[in-house]
Write a protein that binds this ligand. Structure first.
Ligand SMILES: Cc1cc2nc3c(=O)[nH]c(=O)nc-3n(C[C@H](O)[C@H](O)[C@H](O)COP(=O)(O)O)c2cc1C
Length: 159
């Protein structure tokens, strides 16, 4: 065991993490998707998820304005969608048009539910915490959707 710089230790101790997409909406009703590695379940009852979003992201702006998100766990076959949503900003493009992803409107805030994902959770933002250059948004799950036959995506599927 030796003392090292944070970035090196963080990289060396990484295990294949799951990937999520958070689906959000701006104040004009434009939908956006952002790829996330930093998300977690935070409550059993009621079920809740936390997502950590960088202050510079367009999705951050959206979540300050419209307090709902869908947390989507993409399937393995959706690697292209996660790559686009993790490298381009909704400020510059419409990611739904660019990816051609299929969706239908959810029940809570009509945010898109991605048809080919493993799971989608419709969440209402309950609270948020500033964490350095990110904000942690905590959402309570109101509706859940699953595709029993799909396999969940990990960061390795994007390499
Ligand atoms: C595998 C992967 C994981 C990522 N995880 C996060 C994350 O947890 N939080 C975050 O703010 N950005 C994360 N990003 C970066 C954003 O997805 C990226 O900056 C995106 O283009 C922002 O889009 P937006 O400006 O439309 O919100 C990740 C990117 C990739 C490829």
């Amino acid at each position: 065991m030796k003392r090292e710089e944070f970035a090196k230790v963080s990289q060396a101790s990484k295990h294949p993490a799951k990937v999520a997409l958070a689906i959000v909406k701006d104040k004009n009703g434009k939908y956006n998707m952002i790829t996330l590695e930093w998300f977690m379940r935070t409550s059993i009852q009621p079920p809740m998820f936390a997502i950590s979003i960088g202050h510079t992201r367009y999705s951050h702006e959206c979540l300050q304005e419209v307090r709902f998100f869908n947390l989507c766990l993409p399937s393995k076959e959706m690697a292209k969608v996660s790559k686009i949503c993790g490298s381009k900003s909704g400020r510059d493009i419409d990611k739904f048009e660019e990816t051609g992803v299929e969706w239908f409107a959810g029940r809570l805030a009509k945010l898109p539910i991605l048809k080919d994902a493993k799971a989608n959770f419709e969440c209402k933002v309950i609270t948020q915490v500033r964490s350095g250059d990110h904000t942690i948004f905590v959402g309570e799950v109101k509706h859940s959707w699953v595709n029993e036959d799909k396999e969940v995506q990990t960061v390795k599927d994007l390499m």
